[in-house]
Design a protein around this ligand. Structure first.
Ligand code: WT7
Length: 654
């Protein structure tokens, strides 16, 4: 098939309807159907237009240099300053009084930060980092909770051309140490702690511990005081933020950097134990995250209140809490804590209080809200919402429909955005003013993006078939390499189908309309008796049963069928666990939804599922349980006791 294009499809899917864009939204949408035509006719011209939404100190000579694939250069010869684009130019244009962030702390404290205040803070932090000897190209490790200083630090790095390397605050000191070493960072920015689940949670001790292992590799540790808890102090190395940064001048002359100047490194796990340092650069990255944020969230800077409910420690936070929204002069909400603190309606209270119009979150969170019940969001006024987004994993139609009805009041389009740490920005997603949305499908590549679903041999598959998702042209916000490891970059992403085809590692299916359905990581696709079955498809079938709140499915080695399907399910609050009877009913339900081949060999009712700190279900561990193996590494689990609970369910375990 040819590259898919956005279009208002009307053909219904098995078990579901499509939702056309609301008329008023479509009429006023930032981006219409013509964008697909423009990009199809002149892809590089389209991206050059997108780049012109930014302020360049020097115009580029060439949009794309792809003469040495897979090493791309975008906007060659162009120069810009990313922080100036995110902050200063809005202040210069008279928007200094506009709120950049409504920040909400978990304990209930709040801060309102205007663009003018953000500019002052970023200049002060830039001056402070410079005073610590940080120069353009140096790496700065950032290990902070969800507080405004995280954004300020990232922008201060960008302003002086330093490369930030943010490590999610939930990672251990070991994970932090290995990343600091790999990136060779000389300065760490951290806090005494942050608030999580109603209590202060210390961060500085993890930094101290990490640095003990690293000798004197790190020169300075800049520490924000957030909780006021006691901290150990290393004289000559540790510096308080409020002493150093607050004393700096609020002006700083920003220099423009090359479009390909490194902006940040973000580590992500691969198939080996060593995480991959994904490198993003400046001009192309900012172009695509700004354009996609403008197009996919239809962001209106004067009226929208935008909220990405994620952590800045992940790529979602980098692209859609910090760079995309700020480049578009958005007013954002930023929330420090967890959704259930101090009560399960906290998010909806925030939406009501700030009049949030656009909300972006992950399916796992949506399913948690489903589990908590419809009555929680129903207790708040959510009428300000006009657009909802989903990211992180395939969203099962059941969760999509629940989100659409219970959060979006049936009136908000739901954009299911497929992308990765490596892609930097959205790649496959509906456009809210153009595409008739289809619950469960990310649907079509954005204008300017070329995606296909191919078979083992790299040939495009027929509608109805299943294959691998690939990207067939470079895109502006693509990773440029794996930090310090060009070979691994080539091997991991650009070898399977040749040097110009990006292998995403996701399975995908095309439907009769040519819409793309993501099926999860390729290693999560099971093979049962020679039939390829997605763990996601079976999970989706299970959660469509009225008793099931959440499900995780793994393929366990089976002597007869190759793999057998093992399902772990969490029941909804009001459901009764009738034991064997329920299991039989669920099996029957999956047979009905997908077919006998997908009927799980084993179904276990559990209280919790093991998840990484980013909310991904750790199927690897469940596979270990299903195959009666000793448990593998559980260090990235949110709560390792979950595995004890699940293990206790197994026959033959004490
Ligand atoms: C992997 C990337 C993108 C930021 C957060 C995760 C899965 C992500 C979707 C979606 C189906 C999705 C893929 C992808 N994924 N979004 N809308 N539909 N799958 O970033 O940690 O780099 O993970 O998340 O499997 O490869 P990440």
């Amino acid at each position: 098939m040819s590259d898919t294009q956005g279009r208002g499809s009307t053909s219904p899917l098995p078990g579901g309807d499509t939702f056309p864009p609301p008329t008023a939204l479509a009429e006023a949408a930032n981006v219409g159907a013509d964008a697909y035509e423009r990009a199809a006719a002149d892809r590089l011209g389209f991206w050059a237009d997108a780049a012109r939404r930014l302020e360049w100190a020097q115009q580029w000579d060439e949009v794309l240099d792809w003469s040495n694939p897979p090493f791309a250069k975008w906007f060659v010869g162009g120069k810009l300053n990313v922080a100036v684009n995110c902050v200063d130019r809005h202040v210069a244009a008279g928007h200094g009084e506009q709120v950049a962030y409504h920040w909400v702390g978990e304990p209930g404290d709040t801060r309102t930060i205007t663009y003018a205040q953000l500019q002052d803070a970023v200049c002060q932090a830039a001056n402070a980092l410079t005073s610590l000897g940080v120069q353009a190209g140096d790496r700065v490790a950032v290990y902070l909770p969800m507080i405004p200083e995280a954004v300020v630090t990232m922008l201060a790095c960008a302003r002086i051309g330093a490369v930030h390397m943010v490590v999610f605050g939930g990672f251990s000191s070991d994970a932090l140490a290995s990343r600091i070493t790999d990136a060779d960072a000389k300065v760490v920015v951290t806090a005494d702690g942050g608030y999580r689940r109603g209590a202060p949670s210390a961060l500085k001790p993890a930094v101290d511990e990490a640095l003990t292992k690293l000798g004197d590799a790190v020169r300075s540790v800049l520490v924000v005081r957030r909780t006021g808890g006691d901290v150990e102090w290393t004289e000559g190395r540790d510096v308080w933020w409020h002493e150093l940064v607050d004393a700096q001048p609020t002006t700083h002359a920003a220099q423009a950097f090359d479009a390909e100047h490194p902006l940040y490194i973000m580590y992500t796990s691969g198939t080996t134990a060593k995480p991959k340092g994904i490198l993003h650069t400046s001009g192309g990255y900012l172009t695509q995250v700004a354009w996609s944020h403008h197009a996919v969230f239809d962001l209106k800077p004067d009226t929208d209140v935008y909220w990405t409910a994620a952590d800045v420690g992940w790529v979602t936070g980098h692209s859609y809490i910090v760079y995309g929204p700020l480049a578009n002069r958005a007013t954002s909400v930023m929330y420090e804590g967890t959704p259930e603190t101090p009560h399960r309606g906290r998010w909806w209270e925030i939406v009501q209080e700030y009049g949030v119009t656009v909300l972006y979150t992950a399916p796992t969170t949506i399913r948690t809200f489903m589990k908590w019940g419809d009555d929680v969001p129903a207790g708040f006024d959510l009428s300000s919402l006009r657009l909802l987004g989903s990211v992180g994993e395939p969203i099962n139609p059941e969760a999509w429909l629940w989100y659409h009805a219970n959060i979006g009041g049936g009136r908000c389009p739901v954009v299911d955005t497929w992308w990765q740490t490596e892609t930097g920005g959205h790649m496959i997603t509906p456009l809210p003013g153009v595409t008739a949305t289809k619950p469960g499908s990310a649907q079509v590549p954005l204008p300017g993006i070329s995606a296909r679903v191919v078979d083992e041999a790299g040939e495009p598959i027929e509608p109805g078939a299943t294959g691998y998702l690939v990207l067939t042209e470079p895109w502006p916000s693509m990773l440029r390499t794996i930090w310090g490891d060009d070979d691994r970059y080539v091997d991991t992403y650009w070898s399977r189908y040749g040097k110009t085809v990006y292998f995403a590692g996701d399975g995908a299916k095309l439907d009769e309309d040519g819409d793309i359905w993501l099926l999860g990581r390729v290693d999560d696709v099971m093979n049962v008796s020679g039939h390829r079955i997605s763990t996601t498809e079976v999970e989706s079938a299970l959660v469509s049963h009225p008793t099931v709140a959440e499900a995780a499915v793994v393929g366990a080695t089976d002597a007869t069928t190759g793999q057998g399907i093992v399902a772990f399910v969490i029941l909804r609050g009001n459901a009764v666990d009738s034991g064997d009877e329920l299991v039989a009913e669920l099996r029957q339900h999956v047979r009905k939804e997908i077919g006998p081949i997908a009927s799980p060999r084993q179904i276990m009712v559990v209280a919790e599922l093991p998840k990484t700190r980013s909310g991904k279900i750790m199927r690897r561990l469940l596979r270990d349980v299903a195959e009666n193996r000793e448990l593998g590494d559980v260090t990235t689990l949110t709560d390792s006791s979950v595995m004890d609970l699940i293990g206790a369910k197994l026959p033959g375990t004490p």
